[in-house]
Write a protein that binds this ligand. Structure first.
Ligand SMILES: Nc1ncnc2c1ncn2[C@@H]1O[C@H](COP(=O)(O)OP(=O)(O)OP(=O)(O)O)[C@@H](O)[C@H]1O
Ligand SMILES: [Mg+2]
Length: 219
């Protein structure tokens, strides 16, 4: 099982929204089964899942100190991907979660404050030696800020080419436990989520290949 962690110490950037949407996008792409894990005391992801009529993606509760064992058990149970939501803070708990990631996605709004705040999350991923990328979120259409943000972020790491735009359907779809992939599967927001999942999946597979290659060389 591969573990994707959504992290950014900045609040409201779309960690929870993307955790739910990516899990649904992955399942709809045939890459599941997926499981969601909420490590944020605000428990927004858990609340979303509880309001959901569908059984999939699955949800797993775990105490942080048992996260590693829980991941092993979920992998053995056949889950292909786990998506872990985290709180907006830099805490020991985030370090613990990031240390167990195969991939860290850092949602970042295209504003100067948000760009500055992303640095500490990058630092955590780098220290833990985890592969990471940025996803620009809540972007306004035709905004130069988005292009500038992508340029700034790309100096610090890979940026997902699919920008997530600011649209009410993201928030609206989540009111009753759904996602834009379910409320408007052919809409632009759904298209963004399909693309973003493709990007994340490719990044995970690429880093796996790189690790394998490095292993072959060492052997
Ligand atoms: N692309 C988007 N367009 C419009 N609204 C969005 C988008 N993404 C998220 N939102 C809304 O912005 C708010 C913050 O999103 P979300 O809760 O996913 O962020 P978060 O990073 O998990 O926040 P926190 O740090 O508080 O956990 C929510 O009200 C959500 O519905
Ligand atoms: Mg959240």
């Amino acid at each position: 099982m591969k573990t994707v962690v959504l992290a950014n110490q900045k609040g409201g950037v779309g960690k929870t929204t993307l955790a739910a949407h990516l899990a649904v996008a992955a399942e709809r792409a045939g890459d599941g089964p997926c499981v969601l894990i909420d490590t944020d005391p605000q428990a927004s992801l858990a609340a979303w899942w509880n309001g959901r009529a569908l059984e999939t993606p699955a949800f797993a509760s775990t105490a942080l100190k048992e996260l590693s064992e829980k991941r092993d058990a979920l992998g053995q149970a056949g889950y292909a991907y786990a998506f872990i939501d985290t709180p907006p803070a830099i805490t020991e708990s985030i370090r613990t979660v990031i240390a167990q990631a195969d991939f860290v996605l850092i949602p970042t709004r295209p504003s100067p404050h948000d760009l500055r705040a992303a640095g500490s999350t990058v630092e955590l991923a780098l220290v833990a030696g985890r592969s990471f990328a940025f996803a620009v979120t809540q972007a306004k259409p035709n905004s130069r800020l988005t292009v500038q943000a992508m340029a700034v972020l790309s100096e610090h790491g890979i940026v997902a080419p699919s920008v997530v735009y600011d649209r009410v359907d993201y928030a609206a779809s989540m009111i009753d436990g759904r996602t834009v992939l379910e409320t408007d599967p052919k809409g632009r927001s759904a298209g963004e989520m399909i693309e973003l999942w493709r990007f994340v999946k490719n990044r995970i597979n690429d880093s796996k290949k790189t690790r394998k290659k490095a292993g072959t060389k060492d052997a």
